[in-house]
Design a protein around this ligand. Structure first.
Ligand SMILES: *Cc1c(COP(=O)(O)O)cnc(C)c1O
Length: 357
């Protein structure tokens, strides 16, 4: 049976990426060796990381003066690397979900954290607005897409003259971003790009070197800039897969085209939720709804049917829709690699289930 993969992360990858990665596991670039067993300094792999870097720059239109890094440690490692490298005294954070909370917790180890806005009081069902970023902050950090709560900021927030830092783990490559407004963008690969194991960092070089503290070598962005992400052994396989996905993104027409497809998928699912008597979205302001992770539950009168719907969907090959424990209900992740056909299958399952109850 065809599977429809709605997992939140690690998550669906294109068949293009999976097939080409499988081929390289058997024979990498005609070397007669597997990608799993070659030196990261071989000319064949150096060509891969260089192409991946060039494609990130091309797809996101990264200006001069920025470096693109491929690091280990996940997005969670960036929660500490960001303040380590950028916080002299104080930083501003927007608290919009679990990942933001984790980032704030780490930042507090390095200095003063000003939480300028929070939606914690309402279980992160909306994006705080009308906050002010203090102009003496070293940077302003926000999470562009809240993977668990299904809210998203599809715009670059205004932080005045303060450096802008974003965790784009779950919506990078789903829209054009004006990178020049940012000093640092990071994204774990396992949501919209590659298997787990690599994190992309896009950093403005002149934002670094302004803190007095001693930074351990591996946690210093300058180490990785100087060595082109080859200071130590980089995550070779995830970088290879990322390069394949980036090639596929380029073939599809780049982030503008990807955004169109993502918007169409999200609209289809939100329309089904909004016109249903059984399901209801969890995000209070439609403007804050994520197009990557759609969170919804059953209305109170049908609440006890949630488990039955997960099973009903599974019988139709629909997997990964059980909601995160902090929200409950359902979460359908509609990352770039998910075809419209899968959204249609989910909507059909929702309608059929509703008719039976
Ligand atoms: C998944 C996720 C993380 C954590 O990523 P790891 O690579 O597991 O550390 C951080 N931020 C966001 C927005 C995420 O979706």
């Amino acid at each position: 049976m065809k599977k429809h993969n709605f997992y939140a992360g690690p998550s669906i990858l294109s068949q293009y990426t999976i097939k080409n990665t499988a081929d390289a596991i058997l024979d990498f670039a005609g070397t007669g060796l597997s990608i799993l067993e070659v030196s990261h300094r071989s000319k064949e792999f150096v060509a891969v990381i260089e192409e991946a870097r060039a494609l990130v720059k091309e797809l996101l239109d990264v200006p001069e003066g920025y470096s693109v890094l491929f690091l280990g440690g996940g997005a969670s490692m960036q929660f500490c690397m960001v303040p380590y490298n950028l916080m002299a005294k104080k930083a501003a954070y927007l608290e919009t979900g679990t990942w933001a909370v984790n980032a704030i917790k780490e930042a507090r180890l390095f200095g003063e954290v000003d939480v300028v806005g929070s939606s914690k009081d309402a279980n992160f069902t909306y994006i705080p607005k009308g906050y002010t970023v203090p102009q003496d902050a070293d940077y302003f950090h926000f999470t562009s897409n809240n993977t668990i709560y299904g809210t998203e900021m599809r715009y670059d927030p205004d932080a005045g003259n303060v450096r802008l830092v974003a965790d784009m783990s779950s919506d990078i490559f789903s829209r054009p971003v004006d990178v020049s407004k940012y000093d640092l963008i990071y994204a774990g690969a396992q949501k919209n790009l590659a298997p787990a194991g690599v994190t992309i960092v896009i950093v403005r070089e002149d934002a670094l070197g302004h803190v007095d503290r001693v930074i351990p070598t591996m946690l210093d962005y300058r180490t990785h800039i100087k060595k082109d992400s080859m200071f130590n052994t980089p995550p070779v396989l995830p970088i290879y897969s990322a390069m394949q996905t980036l090639r596929w993104y380029k073939e599809l027409g780049g982030v503008r085209e990807l955004e169109k497809m993502d918007l169409a998928k999200a609209e289809k699912l939100y329309d089904a939720i909004d016109s249903s008597r059984m399901f209801i979205g969890t995000v209070t302001d439609p403007a804050d709804r994520s197009i990557m992770n759609v969170t919804f539950v059953m209305r109170p009168e049908y609440k006890d049917l949630e488990k039955a719907f997960v099973d009903f969907a599974a019988e139709r090959g629909i997997v990964g829709i059980k909601g995160h424990r902090s929200v409950g209900g359902f979460r359908a992740s509609l990352y770039n690699a998910l075809p419209m056909e899968s959204v249609e299958a989910l909507v059909a399952a929702m309608n059929d289930f509703q008719e039976r109850h």
